[in-house]
Ligand binder design. Structure first.
Ligand code: ZN
Length: 381
């Protein structure tokens, strides 16, 4: 059998791969490229062309064992798509050093990624949809290091008698499920016949930052912005020079106030959806504790895609990392402040072998979170 060589590319939005050895089209050796000015790496996203339809093609990421969260590869399956629209999981194994996966393609070209990517083109459409169809207003635009827009949207008139709900997403640029979540939020806000949203909006202003780290995502980073800064470790000392994305949002929060803060992320290792809170803050209040328990209990009643058995170890009193958005904001505003984590793998309480955790499921979770928030408005202050 003559074999044409595979064409492998990652020179596009959120692309990340290095070709180590593509001389054997049935087994290609690849590596993940680190973030700019940072040793972090885990996110990958690339396209393969000239595949032999119906033949097995294997790929090996040979530096997976040195990635930021090497334990995360156990129980993980790579996502693939022929059209960059419909994504499915492919068989994947991890031997402690390399991540190996394979496909018998039905098309001559395929995309692979760490998770279903949320593109910058889709982001731009989402902002338009939010403004033109979901009644949101673009009230301020920050700039990333490289000059990309960081939009702050608001639904509500900003009246000070209302509760101010802040939801931000994708500080960590490789956590693409976070902007899928924001798309779900905006989709629900579009439904004018939704009585829960009508009630919520009569008593609350919603402030949304759909994407905190556009440079990092564009460059295919896992963790950092274009200066190599982890934005969710920059909330104490954010600067315009190193972390203008956080600097901007903190300024806007000061201007409008915060009664509830949700920071949306993805977790590489844990196959469940959970919320981390600010129990380790020096000024942690009993009211904050009640609100955290209320949120966790209610959301887990509404959906199997949330639980509170599994998550991060709780911080000891007074030992919180105050550089985190959740802790910093909870301390400053003495409000309910949570980091919401979705899996890269799957929800082991409700697994889906075809897709694992996905963009679609992230969107549905957002709609259920809105129900929980709507119910909690009377007790927030
Ligand atoms: Zn994160």
């Amino acid at each position: 059998m003559t074999q044409t060589s595979l064409k492998i590319s990652a020179d596009f939005d959120s692309g990340n791969i290095e070709v180590i050895d593509a001389s054997n089209p049935s087994r290609t050796i690849l590596a993940i490229r680190p973030d700019t000015r940072s040793p972090h790496f885990q996110w990958f996203h690339f396209k393969v062309e000239n595949l032999h339809v119906g033949h097995a093609h294997a790929f090996s990421l040979n530096n997976a064992g040195q990635s930021s969260y090497s334990r995360a590869w156990s129980g993980y399956n790579v996502v693939a798509s022929y059209d960059h629209e419909h994504w499915f999981r492919v068989p994947t194994t991890y031997d402690g050093a390399a991540l190996d996966f394979s496909i018998e393609p039905t098309e001559p070209q395929v995309y692979f990624a760490y998770f279903e990517p949320y593109s910058r083109v889709r982001h731009d459409r989402l902002i338009e949809q939010a403004i033109n169809k979901a009644g949101l207003e673009l009230i301020a635009t920050g700039k990333s290091i490289e000059g990309r827009d960081v939009q702050l949207l608001r639904r509500g008139d900003g009246n000070a008698s209302k509760r101010n709900i802040w939801i931000i997403a994708q500080q960590h640029p490789g956590e693409h499920m976070a902007e899928w979540f924001m798309e779900g939020l905006i989709e629900r806000l579009q439904d004018v016949a939704d009585p829960v949203m009508a009630q919520l909006l009569s008593v609350a202003n919603l402030y949304l930052v759909p994407h905190m780290n556009p440079d990092g995502s564009f460059h295919g980073h896992l963790r950092t912005n274009a200066m190599g800064k982890d934005l969710n470790r920059a909330w104490q000392d954010s600067t315009e020079a190193l972390s203008p994305e956080v600097f901007f949002v903190r300024q806007q929060m000061e201007q409008y106030g915060v009664d509830l803060f949700l920071d949306v992320h993805g977790d590489e290792e844990i196959p469940y959806i959970f919320a981390a809170a600010c129990e380790g803050n020096p000024g942690y209040t009993p009211h904050q504790q009640q609100l955290e328990e209320h949120f966790r209990r209610r959301l887990s009643e509404i959906t199997r895609d949330f639980q509170s058995r599994y998550g991060y170890p709780r911080a000891r009193p007074g030992h919180a990392n105050m550089d985190l958005a959740c802790n910093s904001t909870g301390e400053r505003y003495k409000c309910l402040a949570l980091t919401l984590e979705m899996p890269f793998k799957d929800n082991d309480d409700a697994p889906d072998a075809l897709t694992g955790w996905s963009g679609k499921r992230s969107k549905q979770l957002a709609k259920d979170v809105l129900t929980t928030i709507a119910e909690m408005i009377p007790v927030l202050r």
